[in-house]
Design a protein around this ligand. Sequence first.
Ligand code: ZN
Length: 350
Amino acid sequence: MHKILAKIKIFIYRLSFNSTLLKVIKFLSKPLVAPAFYQRDVAHQKLQHKKPLYVIVSVDTESGFVTSNEERLWQVNNPDLFQGFYYGIHNWVNLLEKHGVRGNFMLSTQCFSAKGKEKTLVEKKLKSLLESNHEIGYHLHPKSDHSLEKILGKKLKYTSSKFYTATEIDDMLKAARYLLQDKLGKQTNKEILSFRWGNYGLYQHAFRVLEKNGFIIDSSACPGKSGHKSDDKIFDWSRYRSHLPKPLNGTRVLEVPVTTFDFFNHTLVANPLYHPWLDIVFDKYLLLNEHLNAPFFFVLLSHSSEATYKNGGSTKIISVMDAFLNRVRRMENVSVITFQEAYKIFYKNE
Ligand SMILES: [Zn+2]
């Protein structure tokens, strides 16, 4: 099943912007795409765009790249393809600067495992990222993070938090904090307040541990979605139905979930990979937002590794985001913000 879905994803991704097939798909799928908490009575009203809608561009910053066949190589299986850290960051920063908006780089500490020439390239890129105005968060991928393993002195065999005790998670986060401070500086470490578990693999017993280790925002939830039931990447947000931000159970950590939408019977993540539906989904959420009393954050998820080919050339993800930002940036009442700005907006509204 996973293989078929992956093939469909690549097929959709490869469709060229101007092809007739893409136009037909867009037209036919319009009624089938719905916000995951769609309300039928809202659907037919006219757009007014009065209430502010906030867009958050989150980039999981990790190893990997896109091959010439448009196949995506991920950190989970290829922790040592560091292109995602230097070329990937480079292509995203270029795009965001072009539009004058701030992104959120959810950084995996695997970046500190690079050696030799690659180490220099990664360090240079991280330095320029720190000098820019973008926000940095932490992205935990235990299994593919050799830097964490080195500090902890043991092999981390699983991706999802489900397989680790709260104490083990605490140790991992302490190691991560140590690395961030050691490599990026005390001040930067203090400013890293947002978190995302790799592959959405956050479970309840880890909530308090996040808080204990200085994270005040989490964005691991993807409402309505679950997956990898029989491997180490298991995640399950199928019963989590809140698309609006709210504190994680028993903590003050604000959950700002990744935006999801329904397509047939599938829950998909708001991701430039699904470019035929991105504008449709966005417009539907824009309309729905008008009827919500609380602030809504349209959280897009992508990866640094998806933004680059092996040689650094920028991929279709970047051109999709270019078009998307071009469009939403001009919309009245739409602003592109960071997780920490979202946190402030949420608590001001409380
Ligand atoms: Zn990841």
